[in-house]
Design a protein around this ligand. Structure first.
Ligand code: 5AD
Ligand code: SF4
Length: 474
């Protein structure tokens, strides 16, 4: 609703009063640290949290020994949850030494009732907990936690917990503190309707909601005006974007915005990725030559059990069409190893598919049981050690393919966006259109601008090159 941002700015002003009091009392500004777990959507949400903290008067820091610490959590696999519990223990140590410290938790993990029960029982030092659907209310909740403190002195105590089951709201126009001055993600949609049988995201992020195209275009125009050069359109499944216009049309409209910048998007679901989208990609000069198209498995039987709703034949057709239209396209993918009931034969088909597609890079995951999802009830007879062996095998197969890809790029000339210092002395780190890291010697002032680089050698994690020009054509 249009009035919601006004309400939240009101609470930011109230928080500022509290911060001024803190400063008067202690002779310094309070510090705040936002720690992000998980995906780019979470990273984007953290920029919103940082924006609000900054408006409230906090000084942002990367040091978790701060006056306010918030963990923006992920729950897509269990190891993400375990990391949060471990780090909370450390925070408790800091809080004992700094009793003014406040600890907050938000994000996907908080949408799980079992997690909240555990936190209430064993982590009573936490001050504030909220979920994914009401993050726009952060200023209001922060203020409530200050008030809670006042009430505590009258004997009331406890954490503030505000979790919503779902929402149909999208609140625009809240402050954001973007992490980089030249590249940024922007949300085009929230939530997911696909219910892949292994995945918890639809339960913790809710149903799909698309932002209005005019709001998206306004945000991109604003960023381009400020000099941003790399913009990633974010959504759990951008191909099912529907804000009145569909995704290929949105992409064309963004491509038509004047200015020198490039457009990326993620993630694409193969069942909704169309030839029309690939045609638009090929036609639009600002759309980067990179497609992240998670296949998850190379076995049609497993894909069926996963509820992915495409076959490997359809997937390979899409890949062939994409490569024909864009010979310089880089393809990346997500793969799950050890899905319940996956056999050696199924896994062999995954290896075959990986060899056939020749991905630039793969994000590989061991299957992790998520309570509430359908796959939890599937029989899972393969022992973990066997799954780990398959996982290693996949890494080795992809390792060689990735190396081959990197080697084949030597001699190419790329237009890259310089991001900052590289790993070696005097080196700059940059990314090309294909989203591959390119390092080369050059002056630090190039950060944030396009440069032209000739590739002279390849490592497994990056291409090495030399500067041949600044900024010119792709
Ligand atoms: N176990 C392992 N990997 C998972 N992913 C999603 N859910 C699970 C799970 N339960 C992976 C998928 C998805 C990526 C973001 O995380 O590959 O594409
Ligand atoms: Fe999870 Fe599937 Fe939705 Fe991706 S498309 S978020 S894997 S349910």
């Amino acid at each position: 609703p249009a009035e919601e941002p006004i309400r939240q700015y009101y609470f930011m002003a109230k928080c500022r009063e509290w911060v001024r009091n803190f400063e008067r009392e202690k002779g310094r500004f309070p510090t705040a640290c936002v720690t992000t777990f998980g995906c780019q959507m979470n990273a984007r949400d953290s920029e919103k949290l940082s924006g609000i903290l900054e408006q409230a008067g906090y000084r942002l820091t990367e040091d978790e020994n701060a006056d306010f610490v918030i963990f923006n959590t992920c729950t897509v696999r269990d190891n993400a949850n375990q990391r949060v519990y471990g780090r909370l223990g450390e925070l408790n140590g800091y809080k004992r030494r700094n009793p003014d410290m406040k600890i907050a938790l938000c994000g996907c993990m908080m949408q799980e009732p079992a997690v909240i029960e555990k936190l209430k029982k064993s982590y009573s030092f936490i001050d504030l907990i909220f979920g994914t659907h009401n993050i726009y209310k952060f200023a209001e909740l922060l203020y409530a936690s200050f008030r809670q403190e006042e009430m505590c002195s009258f004997g009331q105590k406890g954490m503030i917990i505000d979790i919503w089951k779902d929402t149909d709201k999208i609140v625009e126009d809240l402050p954001v503190e973007r992490k980089y001055p030249f590249k940024s993600g922007i949300n085009i949609m929230f939530g997911c309707n696909n219910f892949c049988s292994y995945c918890i995201v639809p339960y913790v992020r809710g149903r799909e909601r698309s932002r209005r195209p005019e709001d998206i275009l306004r945000e991109v125009e604003g960023l381009v005006g400020e000099g941003y050069k790399d913009i990633t359109l974010l959504g759990q499944n951008v191909n099912s974007y529907d804000g009145g216009v569909r995704f290929p049309e949105l992409l064309q409209r963004i491509d038509a915005i004047p200015g020198d910048f490039r457009i990326r998007f993620m993630t694409s679901h193969p069942k909704d990725c169309t030839q029309e989208l690939l045609d638009v990609m090929a036609r639009c000069p600002k759309v980067a030559r990179h497609l992240h198209l998670p296949v998850q498995s190379g076995s049609d039987r497993v894909l069926g059990e996963m509820n992915r709703r495409y076959t490997t034949a359809k997937y390979l057709d899409l890949v062939a069409y994409a490569k024909k239209k864009m010979p310089d396209l880089s393809l990346t993918s997500d793969i799950i190893v050890g899905f319940p009931g996956e056999t050696r034969e199924d896994f062999q088909q995954t290896l075959d598919l990986v060899r056939e597609v020749k991905y630039t890079a793969l994000y590989t995951f061991l299957y992790s049981r998520r309570s509430g999802t359908k796959a939890v009830s599937f029989p899972d007879p393969v022992p973990p050690e066997e799954k780990s062996r398959w996982f290693q095998e996949l890494l080795e197969v992809q390792g060689k393919i990735g190396e081959g890809y990197m080697e084949s790029q030597v001699g190419s000339i790329f237009r890259v966006l310089v991001e900052g210092p590289g790993k070696g002395e005097g080196m700059l780190a940059s990314r090309n259109d294909q989203n591959v890291i390119v390092e080369f010697p050059g002056p630090a002032e190039l950060a944030g601008s396009f440069a032209q680089v000739e590739i002279t050698s390849a490592k497994n994690w990056a291409l090495m090159g030399r500067l041949t020009g600044q900024g010119e054509a792709r």
